[in-house]
Write a protein that binds this ligand. Structure first.
Ligand code: NAP
Length: 303
């Protein structure tokens, strides 16, 4: 193996420590801590684990967690009412609806009800539009996490040939837009891409988010490329060759022979997502505090 392994766990720990310091200052200055609300509908065990992780991380950096749970049979109106309550609650800086929601509910429509200024997952049409227009807003945490990994690894993005495999609203599209913002030359691949291997092999920066174990092989990787593996696929420990049974979308052993740097799974992109969710919550809390100060100034002005 010649590639440097990008240590997402260590980089995420640094981001969380920075957020914790900034939350302390924020809380002293503003007089209240930022609050993060998670809304979980139903009892999907994986979703419950993700929500638990977000709640714990929130407490660790000094934020206030709001844990809202609704039964699997909750109606659209009931979930909408919960989101509206959180939108109106001054103690809540960020709101996220854990996806996927049960099949009878419309996840994107519900997500769209979250106030854009509290949309810490960056998934509402307003925030997606702001990103697409290159204007400030809340960005999805996983692509933001990848940007942080690239910055920490010293990857030069200006003019770089970047290939993103996957075009989901959650990851692929916002990832491509963040790279464009930094002047990379971006190609986006998907299930209808004619020759995936050939397109990937052009990339100086290859980012893969498909959800298929080890779909990207050694010969997809240009020698000296930086490879970011977003995929999380569960196999048996025997198939995976590790205890967790978790593998990425990239054949790590093969790709690491030719790449310059590569993220492992687990321990690469995964830990970054919660870290950047916390940073987004702090960003939202700062926005609300600034808005309150401005409104107070306006109220205090003689008419
Ligand atoms: P998704 O919504 O299912 O999107 C998958 C994308 O891959 C689609 O754009 C699809 O193309 C494309 N695709 C499917 N088969 C392909 C093929 N054979 N060749 C090329 N492209 C193909 O998934 P997602 O939400 O973006 O997530 C992708 C992976 O990243 C999953 O493993 C997920 O668990 C992981 N993930 C991890 C984190 C984290 O925190 N670490 C966060 C988000 C996602 P079409 O559009 O044509 O269908």
């Amino acid at each position: 193996m010649s590639a440097a392994v990008i240590d997402g766990k260590a980089i995420a720990a640094r981001v969380r420590a920075d957020v914790a310091r900034e939350v302390e200052t924020f809380t002293q200055t503003v007089g209240r801590a930022p609050g993060l609300a998670t809304v979980l509908v139903g009892d999907d065990p994986a979703s419950a684990v993700y929500v638990g992780g977000k709640q714990r991380a929130c407490k660790e950096v000094g934020m206030v967690p709001f844990d809202r749970r609704l039964p699997a049979e909750a109606s659209f109106e009931q979930v909408a009412e919960e989101l509206e309550r959180l939108n109106d609650d001054r103690a809540v800086s960020g709101v996220l609806l854990q996806l996927p929601v049960p099949a009878h509910l419309n996840g994107p429509a519900l997500t769209g009800l979250i106030s854009p200024d509290k949309d810490v997952d960056g998934l509402t049409p307003v925030n997606a539009g702001l990103l697409s227009l290159g204007r400030p807003g809340l960005r999805p945490a996983t692509p933001l996490g990848v940007m942080e990994l690239l910055a920490d690894t010293g990857v030069e993005l200006e003019g770089a040939e970047a290939v993103v495999v996957g075009r989901s609203n959650l990851f692929g599209k916002p990832m491509a837009q963040l790279l464009l913002e930094r002047n990379a030359t971006v190609t986006v691949c998907h299930s209808r891409t004619r020759d995936l291997r050939e397109v990937c092999a052009r990339a100086e920066l290859l980012i893969v988010a498909v959800g298929r174990a080890r779909i990207v092989k050694r010969d997809f990787v240009r020698p000296g490329a930086v490879v970011i593996d977003v995929g999380m696929n569960r196999l048996t420990p025997e198939e995976a060759g590790n205890k967790s049974g978790l593998v990425g979308d990239v054949d790590f052993a093969g790709a690491a022979e030719v790449a310059r740097a590569i993220t492992p799974v687990p321990g690469g992109v995964g830990p970054m997502t919660i870290a950047l969710l916390l940073r987004n919550t702090l960003q939202a809390a700062r926005y609300h505090a600034e808005l309150e100060t401005l409104l107070a100034e306006v109220d205090g002005e003689p008419a």
